[in-house]
Design a protein around this ligand. Structure first.
Ligand SMILES: [Zn+2]
Length: 329
């Protein structure tokens, strides 16, 4: 996928920052060891000295340079080994003073041979996802702020004798474990139920936690995301083709409020394309809607309905908790 140049330079900056931060952390480790372990300090200085010796040989154009360098290398390895032993003896891991890399494949350069390293691509995907989700109040919603007190524990016939609280606890547990164990590929979740029952809170909590783990996440209401796709395809956006691509290719897509978009052929076919492509590629999508199953079947084609219902279906029930929350403030 082609990302705008601004994303590429921003991603490179993030990778460079990682490299600098890791370099700084390594410097701190050297300082720590040198101040705590005098013998290790001597080894570190000896190793620096061997590098000096090589430099001097090169400058002096010494005739037996190869032979001499081989001797120095052997000396260097011996010191390195002694240093590692000294570290272990004092409770440090043997590789404590090795270079620190966030990505072992590219050593934090962002390049893997002639192509972009996977770490670079995943930073790009995260940036594109964040850009699309910009206006979402992800910061406010988390599993910790979900309040179960507002759900009734009275058993209900339409819930097969279970209470709204019982059902919500099940939904909550499922969502939390889904976020905690998020991996790719995995299945999506289809959340159904009236407004104010916690669908948005739980889907945002998942989005937040999965994004914190470094996955690329797009969160948006269906009308908002469709508007962005439309703006892009009709040239009202300076982003070229990347909105739809990002929506289709992000690690987790959260589509809030399905059914709130205008009921047009254009919207429905875009939705089908997104949901279908993601399911076929086993990329998870969380969809929430105020519609019931029969309303979904009525509004959308059988193709969309059956795609949605093939996901983990979660029913939210009870009374609108937003009223209760307001009264308690
Ligand atoms: Zn890498």
């Amino acid at each position: 996928m082609n990302y705008p140049k601004s994303y590429v330079s921003e991603a490179q900056q993030i990778i460079d920052d990682r490299k600098n931060k890791n370099g700084y952390m390594l410097d701190l480790r050297y300082e720590e060891i040198k101040s705590k372990l005098p013998l290790a300090k001597k080894y570190i200085e000896d190793m620096a000295e061997t590098i000096n010796k090589v430099a001097q040989l090169i400058v002096a154009r010494d005739e037996r340079i190869r032979e001499k360098i081989a001797v120095i290398e052997k000396e260097n390895l011996d010191i390195q080994k002694a240093l590692e032993e000294e570290l272990i003896k004092n409770g440090y891991p043997a590789d404590y003073l090795n270079p620190i890399y966030t990505c072992e494949i590219c050593c934090d350069t962002g390049r893997d041979g002639s192509k972009r390293c996977e770490c670079f691509n995943s930073v790009l995907k995260q940036l594109a996802g964040k850009k699309l989700s910009e206006q979402m109040p992800v910061g406010l919603m988390s599993f910790d702020t979900f309040d179960m007190r507002y759900y009734s524990d009275v058993p209900r016939t339409e819930l097969k004798g279970k209470s709204a609280k019982f059902i919500m606890q099940q939904n909550f547990d499922y969502c939390r474990s889904y976020a905690e164990n998020f991996h790719l590929p995995c299945d999506g979740i289809f959340m159904m139920g009236g407004t104010g029952l916690g669908k948005t809170h739980l889907s945002l909590s998942i989005a937040r936690e999965v994004s914190d783990k470094g996955f690329s996440v797009v969160y948006g209401s269906v009308p908002d995301l469709i508007r962005k796709i439309k703006d892009e395809s009709f040239g009202q956006s300076d982003e070229e083709g990347e909105v739809l691509e990002t929506i289709k290719e992000c690690d987790l897509l959260v589509l809030d409020d399905l059914g709130a978009e205008h009921d047009t052929k254009y919207n429905t076919s875009n939705l089908y394309e997104i949901i279908n492509s993601r399911i076929n590629n086993r990329r998870p999508t969380i969809v929430s809607t105020n519609f019931s199953i029969s309303e979904i079947r009525e509004r959308y084609s059988d193709r969309i309905a059956s795609r949605l219902l093939s996901m983990k279906c979660m029913v939210f029930s009870g009374d609108d908790i937003r009223m209760a929350l307001k009264q308690n403030k």
